[in-house]
Design a protein around this ligand. Structure first.
Ligand code: ADP
Length: 497
């Protein structure tokens, strides 16, 4: 194949990125642009779909121009995106009828709370793998159809289209020729049946969503159409939601392989192979990215507050000037000296699911200093991740060969070593930390034959550093005992007696 590069578009929650990769999955160039966050009311979050597309288009052009890459040199294009965010637009005019309702938006929470106590909740769990929540697309689509004047009538006449951000970008890039999504994005809508691989009729009825609005669902590496750009016809052959794209980019193709992304929060995903596993501890079941012709599943769990606790140390407590400084502070003391921080600022997710938990600092003595606090905060990120990882390993019945990591806070060597120590797992930090974009690039490149094999790419990539467990078992047990006691005290703090 004479084309030299793969282009990945990574449309996140706060910014659009474009990354150009070569055949060895090295980054040739990239560009990034932030876009506007719109907060119309407390708890509501929106984006302007036109701005999303314009920013994505601008960074793509910038990345190509800056690096003297001609569109004709691009073998294929892959898209990865913030998931669940919902856009509804007019098929004829191409204009959105409302802003994009972002995954973080809580406007449909009350409606979802009502569903939670009905038999529909169990139906949703088994068909979609999800728990009823405002986070997912279904109730956001319903909200638009119920609240935008004339929307429901137009939808029933087949004049409206729905898409998550991948679908919207694809539709724009193909001049409206292609209205498609991939299974990983479809699996986050709460109207997609992950067992039959189709939109679910009963849920469509329940939420009043006409099937004619919905995109066709393909595999993540598939033929989505082509993008005509300065005379070149670039095949679009990869699409995946950001977390599943990252799982693929880490090479987690085998059952039991796992990755943890340490960002503002942590996202832990594990590949569970060709059968879905339904968690007893509140993890969600979802589709993993695959190439055309196969299906695969994943378990997903998140830690609400991870890197955010480091931001809090910096911005609210002012005990560090930069996030990176937290590493030296933690290493400046020999141990936590019995201090624990449970960073439950907004409650605790899996496996606790306690919305009433609140942040706790416990075990203070007269000798406690700022470095102990910083260390306890970093340790708190690792303990929370361990709780999710343990739950996953137990439910899958497999231990990963290594824990793959990425995200801003994975740069912290203390945190990574501590994670390895308390889990007993080898933590592998790849040199290429753009795993989300890399996943989309791999999917797109594998589909068109630009890459020969996914396993080969992963085998030849560089692991920048591996962290092996070093801590004595007795120390690990003592620390975990302290953590469990601290969590116990943080749970239910906000609950009214
Ligand atoms: P997101 O995609 O959620 O915005 P990023 O992957 O960009 O997150 O990571 C940013 C988060 O990582 C911030 O919360 C920041 O506090 C934390 N972070 C960045 N560098 C470090 C570091 N060296 N040590 C600890 N935390 C860090």
């Amino acid at each position: 194949m004479r084309e030299k590069y793969i282009l990945a578009l990574d449309e996140g929650t706060t910014s659009a990125r474009a990354v150009i990769f070569d055949r060895r999955l090295r980054i040739v160039g990239s560009a990034q642009k932030e876009f506007t966050q719109i907060y119309p009311r407390a708890g509501w979050v929106e984006h302007d779909p036109m701005e999303i597309y314009a920013s994505q288009y601008a960074v793509m052009t910038e990345a190509l121009m800056k690096n003297d890459v001609e569109p004709s040199q691009i073998a294929a294009l892959g898209i990865t995106n913030q998931r669940e965010t919902t856009i509804v637009w007019n098929k004829k005019t191409g204009r959105p009828i409302y802003n994009a309702i972002v995954w973080q938006c809580r406007r449909t929470s009350d409606y979802c709370t009502k569903i939670k106590n009905t038999p529909l909740a169990e139906y949703i769990r088994h068909t979609t793998g999800l728990v009823p929540d405002a986070y997912f697309s279904a109730t956001k689509i319903k909200w638009i159809l119920d609240n935008v004047a004339g929307a429901r009538e137009m939808a029933e006449r087949g004049e409206l289209l729905f898409g998550t951000v991948d679908t919207w970008l694809l539709w724009k890039l193909t001049d409206g020729r292609s209205h498609k999504t991939d299974e990983t994005n479809a699996a986050r809508t709460m109207i997609y049946n992950i067992n039959t691989h189709d939109w679910d009729e009963k849920l469509l009825c329940e939420f009043g969503i006409p099937r004619s609005m919905l995109p066709e669902v393909l595999a993540s590496g598939d033929d989505f159409g082509y993008f005509e750009y300065n005379g070149a016809k670039i095949p679009i052959t990869g699409m995946a939601g950001d977390q599943q794209s990252s799982l693929f980019g880490h090479g987690c193709f085998e059952r039991g392989s796992m990755k943890n992304t340490y960002g503002t929060g942590c996202f832990v995903l594990a590949n569970t192979g060709d059968a879905p596993i339904y968690s007893k501890n509140g993890l969600v079941t979802t589709a993993a990215a695959t190439l055309h012709g196969s299906h695969s599943y994943a378990l997903e769990g998140s830690v609400f507050t991870a890197g955010a606790v480091v931001q809090w140390l910096r911005d609210e407590l002012g005990v560090i000037k930069t996030a990176a400084e937290s590493e030296a502070c933690a290493e400046a003391v020999k141990s936590n000296e019995g201090v624990y921080i449970v960073p439950a600022f907004t409650g605790m997710g899996a496996p606790y699911w306690n919305m009433y938990a609140r942040g706790t600092i416990i075990g203070l003595t007269r000798g406690t200093g700022k470095n102990h606090i910083v260390r306890a905060a970093l340790e708190g990120i690792a303990y929370q991740s361990k709780d999710v990882l343990d739950t996953m390993m137990e439910e899958i019945g497999a231990v990963p060969y290594e824990l793959e990591v990425d995200g801003g806070a994975s740069a912290n060597n203390f945190l990574m070593q501590f994670q390895s120590d308390i889990t007993g797992l080898t933590v592998a930090r790849p040199r290429l930390l753009e795993t989300t974009a890399a996943g989309a690039a791999m999917l797109a490149g594998l589909y068109v034959g630009y890459f020969d094999s996914a396993e080969e790419i992963i085998r030849t990539r560089e692991i920048e550093r591996r962290f092996e467990p070093k801590m004595a078992k007795s120390d690990v047990s003592r620390l975990l005992e302290g953590w469990n006691k601290a969590v116990f005290r943080a749970l239910d703090w906000e609950k009214q007696e």
